[in-house]
Design a protein around this ligand. Structure first.
Ligand SMILES: CC(C)(COP(=O)(O)OP(=O)(O)OC[C@H]1O[C@@H](n2cnc3c(N)ncnc32)[C@H](O)[C@@H]1OP(=O)(O)O)[C@@H](O)C(=O)NCCC(=O)NCCS
Length: 163
């Protein structure tokens, strides 16, 4: 698949992605960065749904991580990011829709996430999919840095295609 001239695929993350993930994380976040060890743990955890978007030239374009517990209907977006040079081209929407499809297919009924209150790009993305702010989280990202918890109740759906 492609947006603009870029061709890419979405697949499960594996250990060969680690260095690129750490680099992407450093480019994307100056707070709550996920380190190499945590990425490795998340990749190796069977209950974690960790997907990457990879260009044809093998460049990492983005990733998302979903957490849930066995048989739980509650799913949580732990992180999502697109490399700075590839933002604004629709990849965020594509990855987020993939995450929603993954959760639906896994039986999710409630989808939650946390976001910094000043992260308007991400908040707009989530609102596009009808997420609503349910809580204000004081000091969530460190002293004096608030977050929102946002939630979506998922409709039960019939025949779903594989994400
Ligand atoms: C949030 C993020 C994943 C969006 O990725 P993206 O590829 O740029 O998003 P898209 O091009 O698919 O745009 C999706 C929607 O996001 C919103 N959006 C994206 N960039 C925006 C910006 N600069 N300002 C306001 N809204 C923006 C818009 O609603 C847009 O939909 P529209 O184009 O139909 O209006 C990306 O900005 C990112 O990686 N940010 C750094 C990491 C981060 O903050 N992750 C979220 C942690 S909670």
């Amino acid at each position: 698949m492609s947006t603009k001239a870029l061709s890419w695929q979405i697949r499960r993350a594996n250990r060969s992605d680690l260095s690129a993930l750490v680099q992407l994380e450093e480019q994307c976040f100056d707070y709550s960065q996920i380190g190499r060890r945590s990425f490795r743990y998340l990749i190796d955890s069977p209950s974690v749904h960790f997907y990457v978007c990879i260009a044809d030239n093998q460049q990492l374009l983005g990733y998302y991580i979903l957490l849930t517990r066995k048989n739980s209907v509650k799913w949580r977006l732990y992180s999502i990011a697109i490399t700075p040079t590839n933002r604004g081209t629709g990849l965020g929407k594509i990855l987020f829709e993939h995450a929603l499809a993954t959760a639906r297919q896994g039986g999710a009924k409630q989808f939650t996430l946390e976001v910094k209150t000043d992260n308007s790009a991400a908040i707009n993305l989530y609102r596009r999919y009808h997420f609503e702010v349910t809580d204000l989280l004081p000091d969530y990202y460190g002293r004096g840095t608030e977050g929102y918890r946002m939630c979506l109740t998922l409709e039960v759906q019939g025949d779903l295609e594989s994400p």
